[in-house]
Ligand binder design. Structure first.
Ligand SMILES: [Ca+2]
Ligand SMILES: [Ca+2]
Length: 383
């Protein structure tokens, strides 16, 4: 075989593969000295807290539109990413770059829609959000961390689960080190850092009664009096416990509450709250059991995990079966575009290790952020 022809063929194959792989590859978002995030080939902006993507919904809109993601050089200088999709007569363009905001930067995502067929278009712009994300008026939060700043308040289409945490507490798997045989769920906790309450909500029959058992194991403090926790189960008297005074360090303990959906709203609320004025006001909680009502529940057996099969709910707080009350949801904007009209929104997205501030509470504007990014890259190039 002709060697030159073979080389030419191999070259063409390599070139083809390079083009294909570039066309399909993810694009990083970076700023000098900061950890990058990326937009993947499906147009999802992937961060350490999850991924956010944008699509258009509405009557006459296709269910799915092919999205083309490519590297972009904004203002001929800032490395960024641009993604485009066509939904019927509406073109969707996403542009993203990393802004060098102290200390970890933030990703700036601009969503632009343009009507292209010369007729009015009505649809919804939807931000698809990961599990546990909660849409508030100016922010989307994830386990208490502000992860997206919304340019205007969005309507939320957010399915709720039968039960889950509904708070800003932090999961800490493996935090507790129980020194006695006990249910493995004692090892994982949620903690209400900065004194935020830990709150769970369970869908129940209206006015229903339960034996609620809350499991605790303190593995940080070595003396009592540091972290008393106030435990509140709907329908039952409040109980305050200092796990060290009551059981000791690394010793799993449990408290029984005769809970009841007192206000009849079909939800049983369970909370662990800080004891105000205590040296440590970060409440912790290790395990929740909901048992049918009645006498004679043996707490030692509960702690040992031998009665889990009898429980209506068994929650390894901060562990494997823990879940947010909020399933993955969407933040939506209803839009009407006049013929050939366009609109755009700019979102601030938390990148690895950072959180965002709402637009209202920061001095940034999209233009200022872009100027700051351009300046950093100009200086970087000059070096
Ligand atoms: Ca209730
Ligand atoms: Ca747990």
């Amino acid at each position: 075989m002709n060697v030159k022809l073979l080389i030419l063929k191999l070259f063409l194959i390599a070139l083809f593969l390079l083009i294909v792989s570039r066309g399909l590859s993810q694009v990083p978002l970076a700023s000098p000295g900061l950890a990058p995030s990326l937009m993947d080939a499906q147009g999802r902006l992937a961060e350490d807290w999850g991924a956010v993507s944008v699509r258009l919904l509405g009557e006459g809109m296709p269910e799915h539109a092919e999205i083309v993601v490519r590297e972009a050089r904004l203002d001929n200088l800032i490395p960024g990413v641009e993604a485009q999709a066509q939904y019927g007569s509406v073109a969707l363009t996403l542009t993203a770059f990393r802004a060098p905001v102290w200390p970890s930067g933030l990703d700036v995502l601009t969503v632009r829609v343009q009507e292209t067929a010369g007729r009015e278009a009505r649809f919804r712009v939807a931000l698809d959000l990961p599990e546990g994300a909660q849409v508030a008026s100016s922010l989307v939060r994830m386990n208490g961390r502000a992860v997206i700043a919304l340019p205007e308040s969005a309507s939320a289409d957010q399915p709720m689960r039968e039960w889950g945490y509904d708070d800003d507490s932090t999961p800490m798997p493996g935090w507790a080190r129980p020194e006695r045989a006990c249910d493995p769920a004692f090892r994982n906790i949620r903690a209400g850092m900065n004194g935020v309450p830990i709150r769970y909500r369970f869908a129940v029959a209206s006015k229903a009664r339960f034996n609620v058992v809350l499991g605790l194991c303190e593995s940080h403090w070595s003396q009592s009096g540091q972290r008393p926790v106030v435990l509140k189960v709907e329908g039952a008297p409040l109980q305050e416990v200092d796990p060290l005074a009551r059981w000791g360090r690394h010793i799993p303990g449990a408290l029984l509450f005769e809970g009841r959906d007192e206000n009849g709203d079909g939800v049983l609320e369970v909370q662990a709250l800080p004891r105000l004025g205590a040296p440590d006001t970060n409440p912790i909680l290790n395990v929740i059991w909901l048992f049918p009502p009645g006498e004679g529940l043996n707490l030692d057996q509960v702690i040992a995990g031998r009665l889990n099969a009898l429980a209506v709910r068994y929650v390894d707080v901060g562990g494997a079966n823990d879940q947010s009350l909020y399933a993955g949801g969407r933040a939506e904007y209803a839009v009407t575009l006049p013929p050939n009209g366009a609109r755009e929104w700019t979102f601030l997205v938390a990148c690895p290790g950072a959180s965002v501030t709402s637009w209202e509470r920061s001095d940034w504007t999209p233009a200022k952020l872009r100027r700051a990014a351009a300046q950093v890259w100009r200086e970087w190039k000059e070096r």
